[in-house]
Design a protein around this ligand. Structure first.
Ligand code: CA
Length: 675
């Protein structure tokens, strides 16, 4: 997420070195007041519908009074009843009970704090909401399950390096008329089979199956703040990094935001359809900040507690969006853990991508992964191992990329490979290894070995990180682009202004070959397989569909690109050598050729030896030439069969036999094997 942040210094992004004083506990003097709040972790927080009554329980230890308001409508009218709640000082909660199951009704809480009545809030645990999420809804969840839901299950994952992630936004994927999809921009778009572009190319879920990815990673799909759900004809676009209700789906992705059950049922139908297609669903979660400060549900529920502050009581802002949350406080830590558990249980979610994960503390993230594993060991947790500003939380407690070895079953994005392959993310004109800029070879190698210790990688030459921060390849997600910053296509157009798209597509192929053959987990941004662009807009978080929607005409136009990506994915799936599961195997089986990058820049070649990770191929030779000149690479003795060469992939028939000196074309990847 990079919604509002400006370019920050590399020092803050990478190490997050604090500039303001914090206490020994990692909390500001101001935040020390919250450390001794009583906490409550029961599963009846806020709403529980019993057999003949409805129970409410709000956690707000310092409230002076709390009123529960009951409504007939999700948005309009006055409460039909307002009930003062009773306080339980031992656990800081307020309760009220009403006779009967109040299905179909709505509610809010109102807290009196420091002598003032705050605005009403649906609380922090609303699992169903009215349009625009201002009132919580009481519904029967049994009625939200699609047919066959009890038996629904996502794909089983043995190792996270087997996962192939496809990051998409609901509107990007289906809004264009060329998608041929009826439920454009909706959860239901991903339930439609048999859709096609005007040129007859598969779109929607059929496209995902054709491509071969294993998991979709959907941009924020909980209820966010920026899109008016009562005015959908305006077609407002937003990425959704402005959380409002963390435990209910976003209304604008449903066909009827005013009916609280519809968004829930439709999101489940989406999950079910993807699971039926063998595809897992990963949710982008943004517990690190809230859309509003004083107006957020956290503040209106338990003022001060859930956010971090500086000593003077001002909001600290490691998110770059105005505030940051306090995972190091028990009630917030439990909140994050219970929230992801809820999505895993109720919606069968297969993974979580933590936005600005380093705002959270290491202990919280470890507990998140451990608790999720109990529900489903295939759940994959990864995140952005950085912050977007300074935080009162000390750097050694942050879930930073550099601290990933202290986390269990959690992966981080490798900005090392990303920037080294295509050029720096924030400098549009900057080039990288795949686009002819020398000096990035060692950093690309860091990506190839998934930032694990390797005798032939000199980490002191790394552009971003100077040490082997991962102790296992399962800790690394490799990518060259995502929703943030320029798409790969736009980056190539801006950094290679004088060449044709054909040449840029060759660079894109090389860049993604590096991603898909590297150790770790590969990640791609939706539409790159058909060379989609965003008209050069680098921060399209609220740009219209005309910028963000994928034009599916590109699939027929760039069919060769699509076939290449498809081939890369098939190659990776068929060959475990590219998916080793521990650092020792990588150090033993992956051997780089000695190339003096001063004399021969932009050339990397390595061998995967001795049936690495049980591969059927005895030896695999991988050669990346990012220079604009052909290069000669001496093959070890024997006859080698090429499967990737000059922009083509053929793992079945092969692309010819080679021995001795092999000439590799400019800006190309070559992969050969021998038995
Ligand atoms: Ca919303």
């Amino acid at each position: 997420m990079r919604k509002t942040m400006t370019v920050l210094s590399a020092a803050i992004l990478l190490t997050g070195i604090g500039v303001q004083s914090t206490s020994a506990f990692g909390r500001s003097k101001y935040d020390m007041q919250f450390a001794d709040y009583p906490v409550y972790n029961g599963n009846d927080l806020e709403l529980k519908v019993g057999n003949d009554s409805t129970h409410f329980r709000l956690w707000s230890p310092k409230a002076q009074e709390v009123i529960l308001h009951l409504y007939e409508s999700g948005r309009n009218g006055s409460p039909f009843k307002s009930i003062p709640m009773s306080f339980h000082p031992d656990n800081g909660t307020w309760t009220a009970d009403e006779e009967g199951k109040l299905y179909g009704k709505f509610y809010t809480f109102q807290v009196k704090h420091d002598g003032k009545w705050l605005a009403e809030t649906p609380g922090v645990w609303a699992k169903a909401v009215g349009a625009n999420g201002k009132r919580a809804a009481i519904i029967d969840f049994a009625n939200t399950d699609p047919e066959g839901w009890t038996d629904d299950k996502g794909p089983e994952v043995d190792h996270f390096t087997d996962v192939i992630i496809y990051e998409m936004h609901h509107r990007d994927f289906s809004m264009s008329p060329t998608s041929g999809i009826a439920n454009k921009g909706k959860f239901l778009a991903l339930t439609e089979k048999g859709t096609s572009s005007p040129d007859g190319e598969k779109t929607g879920i059929d496209h995902l199956k054709e491509l071969g990815i294993t998991h979709v990673h959907i941009l924020p799909s909980y209820d966010y703040n920026s899109v008016d759900e009562t005015n959908l004809q305006d077609n407002t676009y937003n990425w959704g990094y402005d959380p409002q209700n963390y435990n209910a789906p976003e209304g604008s992705y449903s066909t009827n935001p005013s009916d609280p059950a519809v968004r829930i049922r439709e999101m489940k139908e989406m999950v079910k359809a993807l699971h039926d297609a063998g595809i897992g669903v990963i949710m982008d979660v943004v517990y690190n900040h809230t859309a509003e400060n004083d107006g957020s549900n956290f503040e209106l529920t338990a003022p001060g507690y859930y956010h971090r502050h500086w000593d003077d009581g001002s909001y600290s802002d490691a998110s770059g969006c105005g505030n940051e949350t306090a995972s190091d406080l028990q009630q917030m830590r439990d909140y994050i853990i219970n929230s992801v558990k809820y999505w895993a249980d109720e919606y069968h979610i297969d993974g979580f991508r933590f936005d600005l994960m380093a705002i959270h503390d290491i202990e919280t993230m470890n507990q998140v992964a451990a608790e999720l594993k109990k529900i489903n060991p295939s759940i994959f947790v990864y995140g952005e191992g950085w912050t977007a500003g300074d935080s009162p939380l000390p750097a050694d407690q942050r879930a930073l990329k550099e601290n990933v070895a202290r986390m269990t079953d959690i992966a981080v994005f490798s900005d090392d490979l990303r920037d080294a392959v295509k050029g720096h993310y924030s400098n549009a004109e900057d080039r990288g290894f795949a686009t002819g800029k020398p000096g990035n070879e060692e950093t690309v190698k860091i990506g190839i070995v998934a930032a694990t210790p390797h005798p032939q990688v000199d980490y002191s030459k790394g552009n971003n990180s100077k040490f082997a921060y991962a102790s296992s390849p399962e800790m690394i997600v490799n990518y060259v682009s995502c929703h943030d910053d320029l798409t790969l296509t736009d980056k190539l157009r801006k950094s290679m202004p004088d060449v044709s798209d054909k040449e840029r597509m060759a660079a894109a192929k090389l860049a993604q070959t590096i991603v898909f053959t590297s150790q770790g987990t590969p990640f791609m941004f939706a539409g790159e397989e058909i060379f989609r662009d965003k008209k050069g807009v680098h921060n399209s978080y609220k740009s219209p569909d005309s910028i963000n929607a994928i034009d599916w005409h590109l699939k027929a136009l760039n069919r060769d690109q699509m076939d290449y990506y498809k081939g890369l994915i098939a190659l990776r799936k068929a060959h475990p050598a590219f998916r080793m599961t521990n650092a020792e195997d990588i150090a033993r089986h992956l051997v780089f050729d000695k190339i003096d990058s001063e004399k021969t820049p932009n050339l990397i070649s390595y061998t995967l030896k001795d049936h690495a990770n049980g591969d059927s191929w005895k030896e695999i030779k991988v050669i990346f030439n990012g220079s604009d000149k052909a290069k000669v690479v001496k093959l070890p003795k024997g006859t080698w069969t090429a499967v990737v060469k000059d922009g083509s992939i053929d793992t079945e028939e092969g692309l010819g036999s080679f021995s001795g000196n092999l000439t590799v074309e400019p800006v190309s990847a070559t992969i050969l094997y021998r038995q």
